[in-house]
Design a protein around this ligand. Structure first.
Ligand code: ATR
Length: 273
């Protein structure tokens, strides 16, 4: 069987083995997929040894996406823009290709699974770390009328806005400066919800049909989803669909076939609850 794995630290709660096993069963592919906890300073050694021992592809999660970017022999355009790699694939000539499927996963979940409109809409992004950088270009390609990045450290938001200005109208501000404007879609990419926290948002930040998407997921609603519900969001979602969609995109890169995701999302959702 062809060998695949996900490298991260921590890795215990990773859903990736379950997701990829479900994809393999569904598409009739013979493969194994395991989760490996890698020491924080040992990514390159572990990845080299994995590929030297016949491994075909890796998913990369926290905190190794930049290590994986540096490890890849060749990078996709979207990985270069994201500055991070979440998918490594062994190529026929023995070199390793690095890609980033996070943005594609987010866009697929929002546009297809949830069927929320982004084109022509006002989008507010919360956070300016790797999670937001990874999804900016695919989101901007949908031609929202405006993108605003709000971050606790405003300089990081300003830097991101500069880096992506060629893709459309993108601005930056602090949370404190968010007032009196309304957004059709707010996406939370801060790690605040990991600590059960929420960036300070004005209660009138949503339009009548405004939606809230949290890139995190959990058993119950996240703090940001609760904020959306309390402030009359038209719809709210966590990031479980994004997780499964980025995995489907990786699977497609490795195996050349795209699995369907609905039943996998539903199965994991059922287990979470
Ligand atoms: P990731 O790769 O997950 O994006 P990161 O690069 O460390 O991780 O970025 C985390 C993001 O969450 C940043 O935008 C961070 O804000 P700062 O740039 O000001 O550090 C944001 N963040 C983390 N904890 C937060 C909190 N309690 N309130 C608001 N924003 C927070």
């Amino acid at each position: 069987n062809d060998k695949y794995a996900v490298f991260g630290n921590p890795i215990k709660h990773s859903k990736s083995p379950q997701i990829h096993s479900a994809f393999a069963a569904q598409t009739g592919q013979q493969l194994s997929y395991r989760a490996h906890k890698v020491d924080v300073d040992k990514f390159a050694d572990a990845a080299k040894s994995f590929f030297d021992n016949g491994g075909k592809g890796l998913n990369i999660t926290v905190p190794f996406k930049i290590d994986a970017y540096n490890f890849a022999d060749e990078l996709s355009g979207r990985a270069r823009l994201a500055g991070a790699v979440n998918t490594l694939a062994l190529q026929d000539d023995g070199t390793v290709y690095g890609d980033n499927t996070d943005g594609a996963g987010l866009v697929r979940d929002i546009c297809e699974n949830l069927a929320w409109e982004v084109t022509g809409k006002r989008v507010l992004l919360l956070g300016a770390g790797g999670a937001i950088r990874g999804v900016l270009e695919p989101l901007m390609k949908l031609n929202p009328s405006q993108v605003l990045i709000a971050n606790r450290t405003v300089e990081k938001a300003q830097q991101l806005a500069r880096d992506f200005s060629e893709f459309g109208s993108v601005g930056a501000c602090s949370f404190e400066a968010l007032n009196a404007n309304q957004y059709d879609l707010i996406i939370n990419g801060t790690s605040a919800s990991l600590a059960g926290e929420l960036p300070p948002l004005p209660s009138d930040a949503l339009t009548d049909e405004g939606c809230c998407y949290d890139m995190m997921y959990s058993a119950g609603p996240t703090p940001f989803m609760r904020w959306g519900a309390e402030n009359a969001a038209w719809a709210v979602s966590d990031g479980l669909g994004m997780l499964v969609e980025q995995a489907a995109e990786s699977f497609c890169i490795w195996r050349g076939t795209r699995p369907t995701t609905r039943e996998v999302i539903d199965a994991i959702r059922e287990e979470l609850e």
